[in-house]
Design a protein around this ligand. Sequence first.
Ligand SMILES: Cc1cc2nc3c(=O)[nH]c(=O)nc-3n(C[C@H](O)[C@H](O)[C@H](O)COP(=O)(O)O)c2cc1C
Length: 287
Amino acid sequence: MASKLFQDIIRQRRSVRKFEAGRDVDRAALSRIVDCGRWAPSGANAQCWDFIVVDDPQMRDAVTAVFQRQAQRLVDHAKGFPAVKKTYLANTVAIIIVLGDPRWKVCFPQPTTADMDAEYLDNNEAIFLCSLGAAIQNIQLGVTAEGLTSAWLSGGGEDLTNRELSKLLGYPDWMKAYGTIPIGFPAASQNRRYHRPLEQSLHWNGYQAEQYRTHEQVDFYESTLRPFAMYRDEELLETWEDREDKLGEWDAAFTSANSNPGGNLQPKADFSAPRTSGQATKRRQKD
Ligand SMILES: Cc1cc2nc3c(=O)[nH]c(=O)nc-3n(C[C@H](O)[C@H](O)[C@H](O)COP(=O)(O)O)c2cc1C
């Protein structure tokens, strides 16, 4: 039986984007948190990361300002994505920035014949990004273990934002801030979050086609359900008071173990952009 403490921390880790003002935390706790990132697995044990901890109030405000501009750019140029105003960052006790150092990608598989470029270059990038994701996740779990809360901001990976951050913090602009983790004392309790039931995502000894989610189900999530699934303090869609209104004909697909009763799989399509518009994308439609 896995340790209950471990299971609790996994479940308690939450993106709470509201912090109490006027609090601080000592550097020993922040060091323990970063040490969790240091212990993450990485491809070829390359440890392709560095961690910048911003706990100086002036620097924290400057980093916050960078992310406020980043959030506004999302609103202006990536309409439809439920962008969060980054003003709450001002109440963080510290911000940890996880830098990815691309030089270490030389340690991952390199194609030596041109016909295998796609095979290995894609995989090389995946190993790099997954390694950074493991470090960011470990840090978020470390934050939880300290009784604090955090979020995982990916905007530092955008070129303009990264350039501003590199100038401000002094790292080479060819490194990238793939993860920015504001840390604070939660000002709101957020114990739950929608997670697909285990019986939907767990496949024993092979892929169960009845658990496949159709292209249309993905479209519905992206266009309509997403902002509610992202922010509500509920794990199960069954407990939503407006379940019928929000899920409609998609109720069974999202709440039962059988999202695809016919068991038919679909061919690949163009997944590069949203295919439909719904409530969540109405701004994109309007403009
Ligand atoms: C790769 C990645 C990028 C994310 N980027 C952002 C982000 O830029 N801003 C944000 O507020 N949350 C971001 N999140 C947090 C997710 O929205 C959040 O984890 C998800 O909605 C589930 O909520 P939970 O963390 O409370 O379980 C990101 C999470 C991941 C894994």
